[in-house]
Ligand binder design. Sequence first.
Ligand code: RUQ
Ligand code: CUA
Ligand code: CA
Length: 598
Amino acid sequence: MTSSKRFFAVAVVLTVAVAGTLGACAGGGGQGQAEDGGGSLAEASYVPVGEWDKYYAFLSGGQSGSVFVYGLPSGRYIRSIPVFEPRAGYGYANNPGTDTYEMLASTGPMWGDTHHPILSETGGDYDGRWLWINDKANARVARIDLSTFETKVIRRIPNIEAAHGIAVISPDTSYVIVNGEFRHEIPGGVAPNPDAYSSVMGFLDPETLEVQFEVQVPGNLDINDSSKDGRWAFSTVYNLEGGLTVEQMIRLDEDALAAVDIPAAERAIAAGEFTEINGAKVIDPTATTEKVLYMIPVAKNPHGADVTPDGKYVMGTGKLSPTVTVIDISLIDQVDNPREAIVAEPDVGLGPLHTTFDGRGNAYTSLFVDSQIVKWNIEKAVAGDPTYIVDRIDVHYNVGHTQATLAETMHPTGEYLVALNKLSKDMFLPVGPTMPENQELIDISGEKMRMLSSFPSEPEPHDAVFMLASDLAPKVIQVEELTANAVAEGESRMERTGPNSVHVYLTAIRSKYGLNEFTVKQGDEVTITVTNIETIRDMSHGFALDNYGVNAAIDPGQTREFSFVADKIGTYWYYCTWFCSALHLEMRGRMLVEPARP
Ligand code: RUQ
Ligand code: CUA
Ligand code: CA
C-alpha cells in the first residue's frame, strides 16, 4: 500500500466525527428499506406472536455495565442480565448484605464498562454453560451461568489496567484470557517514565476466574482470540511505540499481533520461570528458556484479532490502515522472520475494526469510517486473486463490532450478521442529544448481503455473541433448585437469636407470605429469609419492605436473605413486587417495630 493511502486512512479516522456528521441524512428514516420484491425483507426477520426466535443474541451493555439478551431474527429485547450494576428488578446487588451485593461491592464500584461477551465451548462449539463479560474500567471479569442467566462470579484481575479483550481458549475453554490494555507499572508504585510500564495477558480458570498465570507483552494489548487447537492465544497490540499520546501511539507504520504459545507458557510456569506479582505468576517472555511470545508485524494500530473457524488463519484488522493482515497460524513458530507468517494483506476499505466469518470461506470486516460491512473471500485474498471482494453493504452508522451467527465456533451457521453501529443519528425517534445504539441485522446466507432490519438498544453494546435457541433453551432451568437455607411450607416463623437479633423465615406462594406479621424491637438486627415455594416456571414473587430499603425478586424455588437494623419505630408493610396473581396487591404483611423499652 502506498504511504499516501495510509496517511489518508489515518486522517479520515481522526476526523470521523466530522465526516460522519456530513454523511448523515437529516431528518428521518428511510434507511434499510432496500427494495426486495415487496415485503420479503420484513418477512425474513418476522417471528409470529408466541413463536421463539431461532437465536439468542447476547449484547454487551458497554457503560451500562450489563448484558442485554435479544432474540434473532426478530430483534426483540428479552431481558437484561445485570452484572456490574445493581438491578432491583432482578434483586441483583441492590440490597447491602446480600451475596450479589457483596460480590459486586467487594471487587470495585457498583458500575462497569462491559465490552465483550464470550461463550463457553466444548469441542469447538458452544456448550451453553457459561458466558463471561469484562469490565474494562475496573479490571474485572464476570461469569454468568446460562442455566439461570445470573451472574455467579466477579473477580478483579491483578496487574491489569483496562481489562479489554477477553476470549476463551478453544476448543474446550481451557482458560479465559483477559488483556490489560493500558500500560502501567506492573509491580505497583508510580513511575512517570513510561519505560517502566508494561501490560499483561491474564490466563484465568474459567470457573473461578482465579489467575493461573500472566504473560507480559510489549506495547499494549487490545482484542484477543485463540487458535482452535488450544495452542495459541492471540492479541492485537496497537501501541508498540509505547507512546503516551495519540501522536506517539500512531508514529510507527506497523504494530503487532502477539501470539502466546500456551503449552510453552505452562512449561515455563512448571519450571518456576515466573515472578509472583500481586498474587499472580507473571512470565517475562524475555527470560524464559523456551520461546513463549511471538510478535508478528501487522498493519498500523490494529484492533480486531479474529481466528477463522477452520483454525487456519488469525487476522489483525487494521483500523488506521485500510487492510487486514492475514497470518497463517501453522507458520508462526516455523519461520525465522515473523513477517513470513503473513500470507495476505487485503485492502478492504477505511477504518476496518473487526472481522467475522460465515464458515463458507468468507470474511466480513466492519469499516468504521466507510460505514460498511465488506464481504471478502479469504482464500482468494491469500492466493493474490484481485477479485477477493465479494460484496459491500452500507450500515447506519460507523460500525464497530460485527458478528455473524456462531462465527466464533468451528461451525458457523452463516445465516445472519449483526452490525453493531456506534451511531444511530436519524434512525429512530429523537430522544435527546444522545441517541440509542443501532444494531442492524443482515442476511448473509446468499452471495449478496441483504439488510433485513434494525433495532435500537441502551448504550452501548460493543460486541455480541449468538447461540442457537435449540442448543441453549433446553438448558435453561424452569425452577431453581432449593438451597440448604430454603424455608419449607409450614415453617414460616420468627426466632429470637439474641438480645438484639431476630431471624424471620418466610415462604412466598400465591398470594401469601408465610407470616401475616411479625414484631421486632427497635435496634434489633433483623435477618429475613424468604423462599418462593412455587414449583412452576415464571411464578416469581418479590419481597419489598417499605421504607427499609429492601427489595428483591425471588424466582420460583429461590431463597433470598436480607439483613438490616430495625432502627425506626412503626408499622412497615412488606409486599410482593411481581404481579403474580389477581390478589398480588393483597400479598403483603406487617413488620411492627416496637420501642426497645416500653
Ligand atoms: S472494542 S469497536 Cu472494546 Cu470491542 Cu472494538
Ligand atoms: Cu406475589 Cu405478587
Ligand atoms: Ca501504533
